[in-house]
Write a protein that binds this ligand. Structure first.
Ligand SMILES: Cc1cc2nc3c(=O)[nH]c(=O)nc-3n(C[C@H](O)[C@H](O)[C@H](O)COP(=O)(O)O)c2cc1C
Length: 195
């Protein structure tokens, strides 16, 4: 597949098949992360590859708990909508054979979040090339991330104090591939010569 097609066709997958993925494929995805650019080649990323079912389930429970907390903070209608999709969210992390917990070491790079995001994008694209689906569940800055119990995740996965979990990437065969969400028109975002 041409790189441009991979970039355009990749989708955020939320429904996965409960079907094994070869270890070789997982290694290829992690290797794509390893080759991302980083400031001063600092490579501040660390990847925890979770495949044990009990461990994936525990992370899925934290994910659902995060959304349940979020549901309490929003208005009643939005809260009810979130509560309705909780079983579906749970399955997003329970069904795929792998969860990659992407972490960063801020002592290695001031721009650890940018560096690690580049590694994440490489992994999403590499997975798509292999026919695998992923999603990018941010643990740093979204409304959901504010409600996610990072402390529990760190304790559970024995993540050292100085290391920051950045994202959860479920990795597996897509059960459903959504239609591409619209992008801004290219002419609306290009500023020729000046703004
Ligand atoms: C920083 C970041 C955080 C995201 N967080 C979530 C998330 O928590 N849950 C989710 O289902 N998708 C999440 N996504 C995926 C986006 O919703 C998705 O990329 C966007 O809607 C565009 O869809 P596409 O990736 O299929 O083109 C996140 C993406 C990024 C880059």
């Amino acid at each position: 597949m041409q790189i441009h097609n991979i970039i355009r066709d990749r989708r955020a997958i939320t429904v996965f098949k409960d079907k094994p993925v070869e270890e070789e494929a997982v290694l290829q995805v992690l290797d794509a992360g390893r080759w991302a650019p980083s400031s001063n080649n600092s490579q501040p990323w660390e990847f925890i590859v979770v495949s044990e079912r009990a461990r994936k389930n525990a992370i899925a429970d934290l994910y659902v708990e995060g959304y349940r907390n979020r549901a309490k903070k929003v208005d009643e209608k939005t809260g009810e909508e979130i509560v309705k999709i909780l079983p579906y969210l749970e399955n997003e992390l329970k069904a795929p054979p792998y969860l990659i917990i992407v972490c960063a070491n801020p002592e290695k790079s001031k721009s650890y979040l940018i560096d690690t995001s580049a590694a994440i994008e490489n992994m999403l694209l590499s997975a798509w090339e292999l026919g695998l689906g992923t999603n990018w569940i941010d643990l740093t800055s979204t409304d959901f991330a504010n409600e996610f119990n990072l402390k529990k995740l760190k304790e559970y996965l024995l993540i050292p104090d100085e290391i920051i979990p950045i994202a959860i990437i479920p990795l597996g065969f897509p059960e459903e591939t959504p239609q591409p969400p619209a992008r801004r028109r290219i002419r609306d975002l290009i500023h020729k010569d000046f703004w």
